[in-house]
Each structure stands twice: as structure tokens, then as C-alpha cells.
Design a protein around this ligand. Structure first.
Ligand code: SF4
Ligand code: SF4
Length: 85
């Protein structure tokens, strides 16, 4: 099996764009191996407001654990997840 690549479209979800991932979290809950992480952007500074929706993202941090069940792709309400194998 080749290397699995998982991409989130941050122009749709995260970074203060269409969806704030904290208001959705479907991919986080639905993924059995829990490969996604909800986190503030790496640009986040101590003095930034942690409640600012612009700083939040979901990142696939353990793509090698993905079972290719495709539940996240199917359930993402904004079609923001792409998986390539
Ligand atoms: S395809 Fe399944 S295992 Fe892979 S990231 Fe999505 S929900 Fe998780
Ligand atoms: S399911 Fe889609 S819209 Fe919801 S947090 Fe995950 S990537 Fe964002």
C-alpha cells in the first residue's frame, strides 16, 4: 500500500474561513484511529486571543494510521477532506 496523503482544504475549514473546526469536529469524532488533531495554528503567539476563530485548524497528524474507511470524507459537511493513496 502506498503512502496515504490526507489534506484539509483550509480555505473551507479553519483559519477563520467558512467553517470554524471547533463548531464541527465531525472528522475528529468519526475517525477511529484518531488521526486528526484540533489545534491553534503554528503562527499562534502567546499574546493572541485563543478564542479567535482565525487561529484554529484540524491537521491529519497520523496519516499512516488511516484505514481508508472514508467516513471523514463522506461525513465532512463541507467536502473539505481529500485522501489519496
Ligand atoms: S478515512 Fe477513516 S481512518 Fe482515514 S482519516 Fe478518514 S475517518 Fe480516519
Ligand atoms: S468534518 Fe470537515 S468541516 Fe468538520 S471539522 Fe472536519 S474538515 Fe472541518
Amino acid at each position: 500500500m502506498g503512502k496515504i496523503k490526507i489534506k484539509i482544504d483550509y480555505s473551507i475549514c479553519g483559519d477563520g474561513n467558512k467553517i470554524d473546526p471547533r463548531d464541527c469536529t465531525i472528522c475528529l469524532k468519526i475517525c477511529e484511529p484518531a488521526i486528526f488533531l484540533l489545534h491553534p495554528s503554528l503562527k499562534f503567539q502567546k499574546e493572541d486571543d485563543p478564542y479567535d476563530p482565525k487561529i484554529w485548524r484540524v491537521t491529519p497528524v497520523y496519516p499512516s494510521l488511516c484505514t481508508l474507511c472514508m467516513k471523514c470524507v463522506e461525513q465532512c459537511p463541507e467536502n473539505a477532506i481529500r485522501i489519496r493513496n
